[in-house]
Design a protein around this ligand. Structure first.
Ligand SMILES: Cc1cc2nc3c(=O)[nH]c(=O)nc-3n(C[C@H](O)[C@H](O)[C@H](O)COP(=O)(O)OP(=O)(O)OC[C@H]3O[C@@H](n4cnc5c(N)ncnc54)[C@H](O)[C@@H]3O)c2cc1C
Length: 378
């Protein structure tokens, strides 16, 4: 057991921190206000090799490994959770293609996704459900060498940015969910205006309308009727990104709380002298540290595990703990700031709005706990 980062991991973490502080932090408020990330940010992330960190060089990646991925997402989320969310969902879609794709599919989609030229998405949720695969209503009807897909997908991240999207639809033969790789913005594919959500702003969320979208049968991802497997295990990789995004916000909340406590004057001293402030900051630090090591461990497991079912359990456990801890931490950070923490001018208010998202996405936390219990009690 070795809790030290390797030299390479330290260098990657440092590069991510410097990039986030130089290029993202100065415009983090603007990203939140405009609900938009300038393309130059993604271009720079591509140049730094961040989009392909966890994928091997033969698939266009840098070969650094999944363990490095949380280190980078954490630093980016420390500056802007909206940028981190787009990065995270890109990794979710790309990891599904990498894990379940045929050699031909990987050759077609991985190089551009790994370089960040194209940004991936993942579309399961529909107006009727985000938790139950049996209730999806999007259909895929075979027509020779093609499938015709019809339906509506709800709350899909980065659905308007060019790149591949993994779409789940019930195919006409098995009647079960099947996964397809679709090119976003192809004929028949359109999106809504972005939703106005409470946090993670900049990470754009849209509905996707699929009207007679023709997809080559060669774009079936995984076996027909086996979409549940692609969903369950694909989303497990997405939870590395969601946990890392929550962690970055928690780290920022800790730093801001320490700074504020040391600066906010009270009589001849500061609020840092109060045992209540001290206990709150210590509690924040406990949760940040626990969340950090669970998240880094999940990155390591994403790289090393041979058992996808076991990995899915660990991903569920980590995501539930870390995203819940992020809500606790951001609430305590607001408390350290008093009423100032409720104002837009103070970044902790944004971190609080961001934190509340993690518990609901990529499977609500109640469902994560059912996955963990189902595994432990089987
Ligand atoms: C910022 C953001 C980004 C997102 N990005 C994407 C994306 O890229 N792709 C995508 O497909 N979706 C995405 N979503 C959608 C999100 O993943 C779903 O909304 C989420 O999984 C919950 O689904 P739901 O809202 O339909 O809730 P429901 O499934 O309706 O659940 C509502 C409540 O019912 C309970 N519940 C539901 N089913 C059960 C059950 N079987 N047992 C016990 N309790 C249950 C839950 O605990 C929950 O509290 C995103 C959402 C947000 C906010």
């Amino acid at each position: 057991m070795d809790f030290k980062l390797t030299k390479e991991q330290e260098l990657i973490q440092k590069a991510a921190r410097e990039f986030a502080e130089k290029s993202i932090m100065p415009i983090a408020e603007q990203i939140d206000r405009d609900n938009f990330v300038p393309q130059e940010i993604f271009d720079e992330m591509g140049e730094l090799g961040f989009f392909g960190l966890q994928f091997p060089e033969e698939d266009g990646g840098t070969g650094a490994g999944y363990s490095c991925y949380p280190l980078v997402v954490e630093q980016i989320a420390r500056a802007s959770s909206g940028v981190a969310m787009t990065f995270s969902v890109h990794s979710l879609g790309t990891s599904a293609i990498y894990t379940f794709g045929t050699p031909e599919q990987k050759a077609r989609y991985m190089p551009d996704a790994s370089s960040g030229k194209k940004l991936s998405s993942f579309a399961f949720t529909e107006p009727a459900t985000g938790s139950d695969p049996k209730q999806i209503t999007t259909t895929a009807v075979q027509d020779g060498d093609y499938y015709i897909i019809n339906g509506t997908k709800r709350f899909i991240s980065a659905a308007d940015l060019d790149g591949p999207i993994v779409i789940f639809a019930k195919d006409d033969e098995t009647g079960k969910p099947t996964a397809f790789i679709v090119d976003k913005n192809c004929p028949g594919y359109s999106v809504s205006e972005p939703w106005h959500k409470i946090g993670n702003r900049g990470g754009r969320l849209l509905d996707v309308y699929l009207k007679d979208v023709r997809v080559p049968a060669a774009n079936l991802l995984g076996p027909k009727g086996n979409g549940y497997m692609v969903l369950q295990y694909g989303i497990a990789f997405g939870k590395v990104g969601v946990s890392s995004t929550a962690l970055g916000g928690m780290q920022a909340a800790l730093e801001l709380s320490i700074k504020y406590a040391k600066e906010k004057a009270h009589r001849d001293s500061t609020i840092a002298k109060f045992p209540t402030t001290q206990v709150t900051i210590a509690k924040i630090a406990e949760k940040v540290e626990a969340a950090r090591w669970l998240t880094y461990r999940l990155g390591y497991l994403a790289e090393s595990t041979k058992d996808l079912r076991e990995f899915a359990k660990e991903a569920a456990l980590t995501k539930a703990f870390v995203t819940e801890a992020a809500v606790d931490v951001s609430r305590m950070a607001v408390a350290v700031h008093g009423s100032y923490g409720l104002m837009d001018d103070y970044k902790v208010s944004m971190i609080y709005r961001d934190a509340i998202i993690g518990e609901q996405i990529e499977g609500v936390n109640d469902m994560q706990r059912m996955i963990v219990a189902g595994n432990l009690l089987s």
